[in-house]
Write a protein that binds this ligand. Structure first.
Ligand code: 0O2
Length: 212
């Protein structure tokens, strides 16, 4: 692949996969809301990896550009945020039961957090996209994490970017401490999960009544 047009063509089905999955997974959240039950999904985001990051990662990991489709699992990326750690299991099981996803790998960085302090549950799945040439099964990476894990990962990602992957030791220590604080926050919230969900149900009924 040399020119911009060829890259655009290569990335188009990935963009479609991300857009479709965002709609589908946000739809699940809406269904929970309409049923007046607490949704295990707080919000869903998605992105196609920018070309510069694809080239950078391919170089770093020695992936030949002609093998990107099989060699790079996160060109299409979806993130699903949950309020509570226990919701993550519910979301993972829901994804496993979908007919449009074929799970091929799971990485549990919650039970086994990364050295950096990173926690998240990753699923790599094949997702069928209808293209001009017919159906194409593409790899998508779905990251499932709590709001607290997401806050930490977003901040750490920017700091890592700022320092080109070489975060100074002093900041690394602070980030590890922040990761521990994020873990404690998840633990504390899990302890009062019932209270939180009851309050949210009352609040959503109140705002709904005001709207009618
Ligand atoms: P971006 O900008 O999110 O697309 P590797 O990429 O080498 O870390 P691998 O085997 O390709 O690992 O897949 P893995 O472990 O599932 O990690 C891929 C993605 O997980 C990363 O994508 C990040 O989004 C996230 N991630 C993994 N480790 C960390 C971490 O220590 N801190 C943060 N903030 N995120 C992490 P990219 O390619 O880094 O970038």
């Amino acid at each position: 692949m040399q020119n911009n047009e060829q890259w655009k063509l290569f990335l188009a089905p990935y963009k479609q996969a991300v857009e479709e999955l965002k709609v589908k997974l946000r739809g699940i959240r809406t269904q929970y809301e309409l049923q007046h039950s607490n949704s295990p999904i707080e919000f869903v985001t998605g992105r196609v990896k920018p070309l510069a990051s694809i080239l950078d990662k391919a170089k770093r990991k020695g992936i030949p550009l002609e093998d990107l489709e099989v060699g790079m699992q996160d060109i299409a990326g979806i993130r699903m945020m949950c309020q509570f750690v226990d919701d993550i299991k519910v979301v993972v099981n829901m994804l496993k039961n979908r007919n449009d996803l074929e799970i091929i790998e799971e990485r549990d960085y919650i039970t086994n957090k990364k050295e950096s302090g990173y926690r998240s549950y990753h699923i790599v799945a094949k997702y069928p996209v209808q293209t001009v040439e017919g159906e194409k099964k593409l790899l998508v990476e779905i990251q499932i994490r709590t709001l607290s894990m997401n806050f930490w990962a977003t901040i750490e990602h920017s700091i890592n970017y700022k320092y080109g992957g070489n975060i100074p030791d002093e900041i690394k220590i602070r980030l590890k401490r922040a990761a521990e604080a994020a873990y404690s926050l998840d633990e504390e919230m899990s302890q009062i999960r019932g209270e939180v969900q009851e309050a949210q149900a009352i609040f959503s009924r109140k705002t709904e009544n005001k709207g009618t």
